[in-house]
Write a protein that binds this ligand. Sequence first.
Ligand code: MTE
Ligand code: MO
Length: 208
Amino acid sequence: MDTEGETALSDGRLPPGQRMQRGEWPVLHYGPVPRFKPATWDFRVTGATADGQEAIWFHDDFSALPTVEVTADFHCVTKFTMLDAPWRGVAGRTILELAPPAPDATHVTVWAEYGYSSNLRLEDLLHEDTLFATHHDGVPLTPEHGFPLRLIVPHLYAWKGPKWVRGIEYLTVDRRGFWEERGYHNIGDPWKEQRYSYQEDPGDGPPL
Ligand SMILES: Nc1nc2c(c(=O)[nH]1)N[C@H]1C(S)=C(S)[C@@H](COP(=O)(O)O)O[C@H]1N2
Ligand SMILES: [Mo]
Protein backbone atom coordinates (compact mmCIF):
# COMPACT_ATOMS: atom_id res chain seq x y z
CA MET A 1 0.00 0.00 0.00
CA ASP A 2 1.28 3.49 -0.76
CA THR A 3 2.14 5.75 2.13
CA GLU A 4 -0.72 8.13 1.45
CA GLY A 5 -3.26 5.29 1.48
CA GLU A 6 -1.86 3.93 4.68
CA THR A 7 -2.02 7.31 6.34
CA ALA A 8 -5.66 7.67 5.30
CA LEU A 9 -6.50 4.18 6.56
CA SER A 10 -4.86 4.71 9.93
CA ASP A 11 -5.93 8.32 10.25
CA GLY A 12 -6.91 8.97 13.84
CA ARG A 13 -6.62 5.30 14.71
CA LEU A 14 -2.97 5.06 15.69
CA PRO A 15 -2.41 5.94 19.34
CA PRO A 16 0.62 8.16 20.05
CA GLY A 17 3.96 6.48 19.38
CA GLN A 18 2.41 3.47 17.58
CA ARG A 19 3.07 2.32 14.00
CA MET A 20 1.10 0.00 11.74
CA GLN A 21 2.15 -3.62 11.64
CA ARG A 22 2.96 -4.78 8.11
CA GLY A 23 2.73 -8.44 7.17
CA GLU A 24 2.45 -11.26 9.68
CA TRP A 25 0.85 -10.95 13.08
CA PRO A 26 3.83 -11.11 15.48
CA VAL A 27 3.97 -13.60 18.33
CA LEU A 28 5.00 -12.04 21.64
CA HIS A 29 5.05 -13.62 25.06
CA TYR A 30 7.21 -14.59 27.97
CA GLY A 31 7.99 -18.30 28.39
CA PRO A 32 6.94 -21.44 26.49
CA VAL A 33 3.67 -22.15 24.62
CA PRO A 34 1.53 -24.44 26.80
CA ARG A 35 -0.01 -27.60 25.36
CA PHE A 36 -3.82 -27.67 25.50
CA LYS A 37 -5.11 -30.64 27.53
CA PRO A 38 -8.90 -30.81 27.00
CA ALA A 39 -9.48 -33.35 29.77
CA THR A 40 -8.10 -31.08 32.50
CA TRP A 41 -8.75 -27.61 31.05
CA ASP A 42 -11.13 -25.46 33.07
CA PHE A 43 -12.02 -21.80 33.45
CA ARG A 44 -12.49 -20.67 37.03
CA VAL A 45 -14.00 -17.58 38.57
CA THR A 46 -12.55 -17.14 42.05
CA GLY A 47 -12.00 -14.46 44.70
CA ALA A 48 -14.76 -12.04 45.72
CA THR A 49 -17.73 -13.66 43.93
CA ALA A 50 -21.31 -12.58 44.76
CA ASP A 51 -22.26 -15.92 46.35
CA GLY A 52 -18.83 -16.66 47.83
CA GLN A 53 -18.54 -19.77 45.61
CA GLU A 54 -16.14 -20.54 42.79
CA ALA A 55 -17.64 -20.92 39.33
CA ILE A 56 -16.04 -23.46 37.02
CA TRP A 57 -16.53 -24.32 33.37
CA PHE A 58 -14.88 -27.31 31.75
CA HIS A 59 -13.97 -26.99 28.10
CA ASP A 60 -17.23 -28.39 26.66
CA ASP A 61 -19.32 -26.13 28.91
CA PHE A 62 -17.26 -23.07 28.09
CA SER A 63 -17.58 -23.84 24.38
CA ALA A 64 -21.39 -23.79 24.76
CA LEU A 65 -21.50 -20.21 26.10
CA PRO A 66 -23.02 -17.53 23.86
CA THR A 67 -20.50 -15.83 21.60
CA VAL A 68 -19.98 -12.41 20.09
CA GLU A 69 -17.93 -11.07 17.20
CA VAL A 70 -15.78 -8.00 17.66
CA THR A 71 -13.56 -6.21 15.16
CA ALA A 72 -11.03 -4.09 16.96
CA ASP A 73 -7.53 -2.64 16.83
CA PHE A 74 -4.71 -4.32 18.74
CA HIS A 75 -1.98 -2.15 20.28
CA CYS A 76 1.21 -3.71 21.59
CA VAL A 77 3.35 -1.65 23.95
CA THR A 78 6.39 -2.54 21.77
CA LYS A 79 4.72 -0.06 19.35
CA PHE A 80 3.05 -2.13 16.68
CA THR A 81 -0.67 -1.75 16.03
CA MET A 82 -2.82 -4.16 14.07
CA LEU A 83 -5.99 -2.57 12.71
CA ASP A 84 -9.35 -4.33 12.40
CA ALA A 85 -8.55 -7.67 13.99
CA PRO A 86 -11.67 -9.85 13.74
CA TRP A 87 -12.31 -11.85 16.92
CA ARG A 88 -14.96 -14.28 18.07
CA GLY A 89 -15.47 -15.50 21.62
CA VAL A 90 -17.33 -14.95 24.87
CA ALA A 91 -17.95 -11.36 25.93
CA GLY A 92 -16.38 -10.31 29.22
CA ARG A 93 -19.78 -9.10 30.40
CA THR A 94 -21.24 -12.60 29.80
CA ILE A 95 -18.81 -14.05 32.35
CA LEU A 96 -19.63 -11.21 34.77
CA GLU A 97 -23.35 -11.90 34.39
CA LEU A 98 -23.06 -15.68 34.81
CA ALA A 99 -20.62 -15.52 37.73
CA PRO A 100 -21.09 -12.05 39.22
CA PRO A 101 -18.68 -10.29 41.57
CA ALA A 102 -19.44 -9.28 45.15
CA PRO A 103 -20.66 -5.68 45.50
CA ASP A 104 -17.29 -4.57 46.90
CA ALA A 105 -15.21 -6.09 44.07
CA THR A 106 -13.47 -3.40 42.01
CA HIS A 107 -10.78 -5.20 39.98
CA VAL A 108 -9.88 -8.59 38.56
CA THR A 109 -6.76 -10.59 38.07
CA VAL A 110 -6.92 -12.53 34.82
CA TRP A 111 -4.96 -15.76 35.25
CA ALA A 112 -3.29 -17.77 32.49
CA GLU A 113 -1.17 -20.91 32.19
CA TYR A 114 2.18 -20.86 34.03
CA GLY A 115 0.99 -18.13 36.38
CA TYR A 116 0.94 -15.26 33.86
CA SER A 117 -1.54 -12.66 35.01
CA SER A 118 -2.81 -9.17 34.35
CA ASN A 119 -5.04 -6.91 36.42
CA LEU A 120 -7.98 -4.90 35.13
CA ARG A 121 -10.67 -2.67 36.51
CA LEU A 122 -14.09 -4.37 36.45
CA GLU A 123 -15.24 -1.78 33.93
CA ASP A 124 -12.48 -2.90 31.54
CA LEU A 125 -13.92 -6.42 31.58
CA LEU A 126 -17.43 -5.01 31.08
CA HIS A 127 -16.36 -2.87 28.11
CA GLU A 128 -18.43 -3.80 25.06
CA ASP A 129 -15.34 -4.79 23.01
CA THR A 130 -13.70 -6.97 25.68
CA LEU A 131 -13.92 -10.68 24.96
CA PHE A 132 -12.42 -14.05 25.80
CA ALA A 133 -11.47 -14.92 22.23
CA THR A 134 -11.48 -18.42 20.79
CA HIS A 135 -11.22 -17.43 17.11
CA HIS A 136 -9.32 -14.91 15.00
CA ASP A 137 -10.36 -14.24 11.41
CA GLY A 138 -12.91 -17.07 11.53
CA VAL A 139 -10.52 -19.83 12.58
CA PRO A 140 -9.48 -21.09 16.02
CA LEU A 141 -6.52 -19.30 17.55
CA THR A 142 -3.19 -20.96 16.86
CA PRO A 143 -1.31 -22.33 19.90
CA GLU A 144 1.18 -19.46 19.87
CA HIS A 145 -1.61 -16.85 19.77
CA GLY A 146 -3.35 -18.34 22.81
CA PHE A 147 -5.39 -21.43 21.86
CA PRO A 148 -7.86 -22.36 23.23
CA LEU A 149 -8.67 -19.02 24.89
CA ARG A 150 -7.20 -15.56 25.30
CA LEU A 151 -8.49 -12.28 26.57
CA ILE A 152 -8.75 -9.30 24.21
CA VAL A 153 -9.12 -5.82 25.73
CA PRO A 154 -8.91 -3.55 22.68
CA HIS A 155 -8.97 -0.25 24.59
CA LEU A 156 -5.81 -1.18 26.55
CA TYR A 157 -2.30 -2.31 25.52
CA ALA A 158 -2.25 -5.94 24.50
CA TRP A 159 -0.28 -7.24 27.51
CA LYS A 160 -3.59 -6.74 29.39
CA GLY A 161 -4.91 -9.68 27.33
CA PRO A 162 -3.43 -12.92 28.61
CA LYS A 163 -3.10 -15.78 26.14
CA TRP A 164 -3.94 -19.29 27.42
CA VAL A 165 -6.28 -17.76 29.96
CA ARG A 166 -7.71 -20.07 32.65
CA GLY A 167 -9.81 -17.82 34.81
CA ILE A 168 -10.44 -14.59 36.65
CA GLU A 169 -10.18 -13.64 40.29
CA TYR A 170 -12.35 -10.83 41.63
CA LEU A 171 -10.47 -8.39 43.85
CA THR A 172 -11.70 -5.90 46.42
CA VAL A 173 -8.26 -4.24 46.37
CA ASP A 174 -6.29 -3.80 43.14
CA ARG A 175 -3.17 -5.96 42.76
CA ARG A 176 -0.55 -5.77 40.01
CA GLY A 177 -0.24 -8.56 37.46
CA PHE A 178 2.88 -10.00 35.82
CA TRP A 179 3.99 -7.02 33.70
CA GLU A 180 2.39 -4.44 35.96
CA GLU A 181 4.80 -5.43 38.70
CA ARG A 182 7.73 -5.42 36.28
CA GLY A 183 7.64 -1.80 35.22
CA TYR A 184 4.56 -1.54 32.99
CA HIS A 185 1.72 0.85 33.69
CA ASN A 186 -1.06 -0.38 35.95
CA ILE A 187 -3.81 0.87 33.61
CA GLY A 188 -2.17 0.80 30.16
CA ASP A 189 -4.37 3.11 28.07
CA PRO A 190 -2.61 3.49 24.68
CA TRP A 191 -4.43 6.78 23.93
CA LYS A 192 -2.84 8.27 27.05
CA GLU A 193 0.40 6.45 26.20
CA GLN A 194 0.46 4.82 29.63
CA ARG A 195 3.38 2.49 28.91
CA TYR A 196 5.49 2.43 32.09
CA SER A 197 4.78 2.45 35.79
CA TYR A 198 6.95 5.56 36.32
CA GLN A 199 4.27 7.45 34.32
CA GLU A 200 1.55 6.54 36.82
CA ASP A 201 -0.33 9.29 38.60
CA PRO A 202 -1.40 8.85 42.22
CA GLY A 203 -4.45 6.58 42.22
CA ASP A 204 -3.52 4.78 38.98
CA GLY A 205 -2.28 1.73 40.84
CA PRO A 206 -1.18 0.10 44.07
CA PRO A 207 2.20 1.16 45.48
CA LEU A 208 5.18 -0.51 43.81
N1 MTE B 1 0.11 -15.80 28.81
C1 MTE B 1 0.64 -14.70 28.25
N2 MTE B 1 -0.18 -13.86 27.59
C2 MTE B 1 0.32 -12.76 27.00
C3 MTE B 1 1.69 -12.43 27.08
C4 MTE B 1 2.53 -13.32 27.81
O1 MTE B 1 3.74 -13.10 27.97
N3 MTE B 1 1.96 -14.45 28.36
N4 MTE B 1 2.17 -11.29 26.46
C5 MTE B 1 1.21 -10.23 26.15
C6 MTE B 1 1.74 -9.24 25.22
S1 MTE B 1 2.95 -8.21 25.79
C7 MTE B 1 1.21 -9.05 23.96
S2 MTE B 1 1.68 -7.78 22.96
C8 MTE B 1 0.23 -10.00 23.41
C9 MTE B 1 0.75 -10.53 22.10
O2 MTE B 1 -0.18 -11.41 21.52
P1 MTE B 1 0.21 -12.16 20.20
O3 MTE B 1 1.45 -12.97 20.47
O4 MTE B 1 -0.96 -13.00 19.85
O5 MTE B 1 0.52 -11.09 19.17
O6 MTE B 1 -0.01 -11.11 24.30
C10 MTE B 1 -0.12 -10.76 25.64
N5 MTE B 1 -0.54 -11.92 26.35
MO1 MO C 1 3.14 -6.50 24.17
